[in-house]
Design a protein around this ligand. Structure first.
Ligand SMILES: Cc1ncc(COP(=O)(O)O)c(C=O)c1O
Length: 371
């Protein structure tokens, strides 16, 4: 038996996709970011379901993720947002993936490897407009485009960038990035003698800035139901992944009992405690010690003491009726109560992305059937 398991409701993904699609123009492509196992939701089932909902583009970090998608979806576009190794160029071309080219040397090496295999890689040029991460710096971007133009084995069909920050209260930083991006892409399009496929917006930009949708948007987290709660945003989405485990033992202890490693919690009154079948080895962050809550029988139960490698101890309440074998919700909802990854992330001083991708990849995933 698994320590913990994940329940995914694909209908939730369908309604998030619909909410996004209704907000963006029909001609704007949606590149659904499904890297890191679809943010912990499961790459294969999520991309298949999304394709059934009309998604024609997927964004991944690595070639192996692109290959997983291609194995089940022969006719979708896959954008590889990491830096492909030049020797992978023939596979990338044969599988019709769209990699990002991140500089002149990278582009030349990819072109050379593809040309040697008598194929052509169609790629997007990644411009660093202020993120300070991968990509060609915007001051050199046009020169890079010129250097790569006409190389045998490589065709630059698009140009893209990524925001470092999109803050409605401090819009200047994103605006500067957009200005740089539009300026360099205009110059590239004139060298190209025709339009390039342009995209820059991930979730926060999509949620706040319709004017930056361009030819495509690249949302990830908002389609998993996080970060789309501000009424000022264009649309709302809801989480659809729940993470659960079991109550292994329930026991009553008197006041003054020390709970777990280092005795960081000592009961103030007689307490019924429940020990759960997951711990930090399963991805339940140790920073949730004495601070997180789980749901059992529709009530919030506080984590007592330190989270262990394989166990979590919670306060089961004196007359809750909680018993060994009950289901405990680590992320999700039960009755009227909910604990979503955003709540846990705040306690752990991190972001929902990290909470989701930290969940044990070996945990069994159950996908509810859609009607
Ligand atoms: C290049 C790129 N585009 C898009 C995304 C999706 O971002 P988000 O999940 O915030 O929408 C990511 C995620 O990290 C990314 O690295």
């Amino acid at each position: 038996m698994k320590n913990s398991w994940i329940e995914v409701d694909p209908a939730g993904l369908s309604s998030n996709i619909r909410a996004l699609r209704e907000a963006v123009r029909p001609e704007t492509a949606v590149i659904f970011v499904v890297k890191s196992d679809a943010y912990g939701h499961g790459l294969t089932p999520i991309s298949r379901h999304a394709a059934g909902e009309g998604i024609r583009w997927f964004g991944v970090a690595h070639l192996f993720e692109a290959e997983s998608i291609r194995a089940q979806l022969s006719d979708v576009n896959v954008l590889i947002m990491g830096v492909i190794r030049p020797e992978c160029a023939p596979v990338v071309a044969q599988q019709r993936f769209t990699p990002m080219i991140v500089g002149t040397e990278h582009g030349r090496a990819v072109a050379q490897a593809a040309a040697a295999a008598r194929c052509t890689v169609e790629a997007h040029l990644k411009v660093d407009t202020g993120m300070g991460r991968i990509g060609v710096g915007w001051p050199e971007a046009v020169e890079t485009f010129r250097a790569l133009q006409g190389l045998e084995g490589l065709k630059i069909t698009g140009v893209c960038s990524h925001f470092a920050t999109v803050e409605p209260k401090q819009p200047e930083r994103a605006e500067v990035q957009v200005e740089r991006f539009l300026e360099v892409s205009r110059a590239m399009e004139s060298l190209n003698g025709g339009p390039l496929f342009k995209h820059i917006s991930s979730s926060r930009a999509v949620l706040y800035h319709p004017e930056w949708d361009l030819d495509a948007v690249r949302p990830g987290i908002c389609l998993y139901g996080y970060g789309a709660t501000d009424p000022a945003m264009r649309f709302r989405t809801n989480p659809f992944l729940q993470w659960k485990c079991s109550v292994m033992q329930v026991k009553s202890v008197p006041a003054g009992t020390s709970i777990g490693y280092y005795g960081t919690h000592v009961t103030e009154a007689p307490t019924r405690m429940a020990i759960l079948s997951a711990g930090y080895a399963d991805g339940y962050h140790r920073a949730l010690s004495n601070r997180g809550h789980v749901l059992i029988r529709g009530r919030r139960c506080r984590v007592l003491g330190r989270v262990s490698m394989n166990w979590i101890t919670v306060d089961a309440g004196r007359d809750s009726g909680i018993q060994a074998g009950d289901e405990a919700v680590l992320i999700g909802q039960q009755g009227r109560e909910s604990v979503w990854a955003g709540e846990l992330a705040k306690i752990c001083r991190t972001i929902p992305y990290e909470m989701l991708v930290s969940i044990d990849r070996g945990a069994e995933r159950k996908y509810q059937r859609t009607a």
